[in-house]
Design a protein around this ligand. Sequence first.
Ligand code: FAD
Ligand code: NAI
Length: 476
Amino acid sequence: MSTTNFDVVVIGGGPGGYIAAIRAAQLGKNVACIDEWKNEKGGPAPGGTCTNIGCIPSKALLQSSEHFEHAGHHFADHGIGLKDLSIDVAKMLKRKDQVVKQNNDGILYLFKKNKVTFFHGRGSFVKAAGGAYEIAVAGDKPATLSATHVIVATGSNPRALPGAPFDEAAILSNDGALRIPAVPKTLGVIGSGVIGLEMGSVWRRLGAQVTVLEALPTFLGAVDEQVAKEAHKAFTKQGLKIELGVKIGEVKADKKGVSVAYTDAKGGAQTLAVDKLIVSIGRVPNTIGLNPEAVGLKLDERGAIVVDDECRTNLPNVWAIGDVVRGPMLAHKAEEEGVAVAERIAGQHGHVDFNTVPWVIYTSPEIAWVGQTEQQLKAAGRAYKAGSFPFMANGRARALGDTTGFVKFLADAKTDEILGVHIVGPFASELIAEAVVAMEFKASAEDIARICHAHPSLSEATKEAALAVDKRTLNF
Ligand code: FAD
Ligand code: NAI
């Protein structure tokens, strides 16, 4: 088999890999991207976890289930009556699959547009030779590639509970959780992290009784405490049962369902019997089939590829980005690393500021934040001022009928520089962008307070929270 030479070969076509490939091609490099994900017909489905079984399908189902919840519980407040409300789960799942396919096709189009050569199959290191790396592609059309630079973007896989492997029928990872064929009467969720709360919300809104079992004694420990408290109150009120401080024991699945033995926070022995169980206890970096040993690529004890701050591995011209390396497992973090690495390869000075990577949990209320939490500032002994503003006092939120939550600013006590912004409430995912821009420009809370925000808009709550730092809110 002849060898095809490339300046850059990207292994993995998720948000990290496909964006890195496009940026490298924009910068004049001859680029290939290898991705092995298959659609139901066996064809290519680039976009990785994010597009196929992560960000995109979960948001499609969150939207559908939110419509159902609004129709069932909130339309009446607007004077809209509905008779015979029903759910067609098959249609809902089909719509989600169509949204996924549009994204898969979009990436294939972008590869063509940017002249990135796409290989559908599994890429693995063969050897390093003559200042380049040989990579084999195993798939429908096997190929051998030679690359001056390699970017590894092979993503992550769900972590299973010991003794309870995913069967995707009763014990579900995020994959199975996104395609339950009918609404289960009862649903258990192990882990009250991002996936547990988002997927638990989807199936609760559609009618399942959902119980979430969390090992830690605190709810959403990484989130600002005040926000976590408000979110816990809202989720509990919606009917999500959340048990903290549990220790999971034996998990048994049979045709009837799943039973989970656990010890509660008080040390009592309990059993949860449910129709389906989602296990969402974190994800592990994926290097299956990559053959890192062939070239001596270094992994850490968690299986993550070891990289420096600039995503350089222990090998010259081999880079790694996204979920397969340290740092938050977020699509936009993977993308930013992909762009920065492509620019470094082209001799530019790409940069990712981890302090301004936003986080969003797409529940209702949405939770979004950037920068430091109040507990982190206290632990660091940093002098700060805090200001918050409730959506209850915002005209647009009242008109929307969604007044849960608040916006909170944390600013340096002396310089007024914004150190963190935390939002729980409607469209927090969109509102957080203003805070990210402000922090990137090292803005002060006063800068936001002095900017004209459209009325009536939810963004006025951001301005008012900035005013609250100086104790001069106008509408509260
Ligand atoms: P991945 O997206 O995992 O892509 C890796 C790709 O590499 C895959 O296509 C895989 O098939 C391929 N691959 C692996 N090994 C090889 C090989 N040897 N050869 C060829 N191909 C290979 N993040 C957010 O920011 N926002 C969200 O709303 C969000 N929601 C999520 C919801 C769920 C349910 C889940 C599970 C995750 C969610 N995430 C979200 C996280 C996000 O999906 C990941 O952080 C992101 O996909 C990581 O991108 P990546 O490019 O590093 O890896
Ligand atoms: P997570 O790290 O968010 O949450 C896992 C939770 O499980 C934690 O609260 C942890 O304490 C708990 N846990 C761990 N072991 C346990 C055990 N044995 N018993 C009970 N509880 C246990 O991980 P999750 O939800 O699996 O998601 C993985 C990653 O995917 C997230 O960290 C995030 O990076 C990404 N993601 C991002 C989304 C977004 O940006 N909106 C949405 C979904 C996922």
